[in-house]
Design a protein around this ligand. Sequence first.
Ligand SMILES: Cc1cc2nc3c(=O)[nH]c(=O)nc-3n(C[C@H](O)[C@H](O)[C@H](O)COP(=O)(O)OP(=O)(O)OC[C@H]3O[C@@H](n4cnc5c(N)ncnc54)[C@H](O)[C@@H]3O)c2cc1C
Length: 499
Amino acid sequence: MNWPRGYVVGGSSVLNAILYVRCSPKDYDEWESVHGCTGWSHKDVLPYFMRSEGMTPRKVDSTVDPKYHNFDGPYRVTELGPEHVNPFAVDFVESAVNHGLKRNPDYNAAEQQGVFHPHISTDRGVRCDTFTAYIKNTKADQRPNLVVQANTFVQKVVFDGNKKATGVIVRRGKSLDEARKAPEEFIRCKREVVLSGGAIGSPWILMNSGVGPKQHLAEVGIPCIEDLPVGQNLKDHLYTCVLYKTKDGEHDQKPVGLAEYIAGIEQHDKDGTGAISTALLEALAFWSSGVEPKTRTDLEIHFSASFAGNNPFFLAGTGLKSWDPENQIPYGVSPLPTLCNPKSVGEIKLASNDPFEHPIIDPRYLTHEDDWEILRRGIRTAREIMKKDPIASKVVGEVRLPTVDEKVDMESDEYINAIIRDTSTTVYHPTTTCRMGPDGDANSVVDLHLRVRGVKGLRVIDASIMPELVSGNTNAPSIMIGEKGAAHILEDHPDLYAH
Ligand SMILES: Cc1cc2nc3c(=O)[nH]c(=O)nc-3n(C[C@H](O)[C@H](O)[C@H](O)COP(=O)(O)OP(=O)(O)OC[C@H]3O[C@@H](n4cnc5c(N)ncnc54)[C@H](O)[C@@H]3O)c2cc1C
């Protein structure tokens, strides 16, 4: 499975699918009540979501609840409405409502569940990533106390004899191969090192520095400075694909070729509108499968009107070389049932003591039996929605998987398990590999101020610190963690305000 990440200033927000999802208030309440992370409940984290956000509501018929939104923060967000999106996405929302899901006017407010067109991270039709938001929009690059060094690979954190982080060793290069050949440089820190390498990068750097599971570090020949469960507890979302062929001429859906892309770019340049100003996934639904714990949001549908039979974006992650070898389905639509509260737990380990060798990522998807059952229910619900009008009358029907014997009944568990087995792919939401927890929690890597346990002067601030994976897309929660982590740095160093 392909796990891309943004090796670029701004990280994966530069290449993600721009869905702005804060996830369920219950997620954060459970971070506090179940995982002991006092001070991280929904009421505690909401101000940090709001601080970052710069929401542009729809010009008419906006349903954004102003109590939960900020309209002038640096991270620009746009409310999509039916007037912006592919008409199939509008049909999907109506069909889901007809199936019984409730229409949620603002899923980034008090209640996450329901069906809707998403909020997306754009500013007048252009992606807003965290580099644009926090370096350009805040004019941080003009501050004398900030230096941004791109193309700089952090190899490890260096500690003194008292386990105090004294700085980092870096090598420079536009690619890992180039950096590997460059000389080592030491960058000293006066106060702290803050790692924000993401759920793969941060545990990778920590383990290369000797902070990680003692036994594993011994296996790869790295002296252990602090024995912590770094790289453990990995969680990720997984989605599957149910593909529908659309009727000829419906909504004038055409295969998108070069000419359409160019037309889209021209329209976008003119007034920031058109197909490429919205998102690949223009309708979302969240609900609970009913598998224990019953109230938890554990299913999501990402609806795409652009998933043709051989869509490379989708196939890249799956075991399928082609869904449609004869290219019979140049265009189609797809609800992507998504496991958004998985119980399976994976890990990240070092492949060797070479800091440039990519770590071994083992998500152990679907190793918990409940995850299969939740996804089966998700696929069945997606099919029920697709049987309801208005979308039902616009599709020819569900496309059979080429990998399953034609005699197998499409309604059977055997067939549905094959959908899960053959079409599942990552939603690119790895988290929890440097888990936060209260003092005394042996399964945590950082404390409630995100300081690495057992050493001094080292913090981790990124998606890896989530005590439990949130039940939805992880970009907005990662930015919230950045905002709250920054507040904890200031709290722990009050004299920093003077600068
Ligand atoms: C293809 C894709 C689509 C996605 N779509 C969505 C979406 O639509 N909505 C959503 O909410 N979420 C989405 N996500 C997830 C979301 O983007 C991530 O959860 C979020 O970016 C995580 O932020 P982070 O800061 O923890 O890590 P990252 O954004 O990955 O940032 C880590 C940074 O650390 C740098 N780094 C790592 N190791 C080193 C090192 N050794 N030396 C120097 N630098 C290093 C990287 O270059 C990168 O800049 C998507 C992710 C991907 C990859």
